[in-house]
Ligand binder design. Sequence first.
Ligand code: PLP
Length: 220
Amino acid sequence: MNKAVEQLQTVREAIVAATADAKRAPGAVTLVAVTKTFEPADIIPIIEAGQRVFGENRVQEAQGKWPGLKQQFPDIELHLIGPLQSNKAKEAVALFDCIETIDREKIAAELAKEVAKQGKAPRFYVQVNIGSEPQKAGIGPREAVAFVERCRSVHGLAIEGLMCIPPVDENPGPHFALLDKLAGEAGVERLSMGMSGDYELAIAFGATSVRVGSAIFGSR
Ligand SMILES: *Cc1c(COP(=O)(O)O)cnc(C)c1O
């Protein structure tokens, strides 16, 4: 069997186990398979193994591989999980089914404009810079709840969840707990958190989707 398909199976089993350990409903957690840097030839076996939800972190890279794959497999759901420049909002709305990285007013405004223009309705998350790291994308934790409100009231975007990437050198648990708390305050249901190294822990803290790349496809 293809190595990545084998690893996909391992990750799926670990998600099922972590979901049960957390006493959460079966199927409560969606696996977003992160395909950045990998080619369609690497991705197709994973699609054929039944995976349908994928994540990419760059609009331009995704444009190079996903339109063809989406044509071949129309029920694919593609998530943008990397920073979005406002001059790429048009392309992002055209290609992605879910944009997880809204983190500032200008992006929210551009996305709203494109949604109206293109008549498309991607799903949206707000990215929170959960560890308040100066170099990292995301709205600050203290601004996050008010920002979700403004995305709704000013820009008319139906935000369905929050996304975060905790600092690499810290225990992610407290960061996951804070994202869960902010989601409660903002009145959103979905939490995108957890990557290859910590998705089981994220599930214990309430993740509704985990973004897993290297544990499936190998190192980049
Ligand atoms: C690359 C990436 C992931 C996946 O990381 P792995 O450690 O390979 O699982 C998850 N989220 C974001 C935002 C990423 O850019």
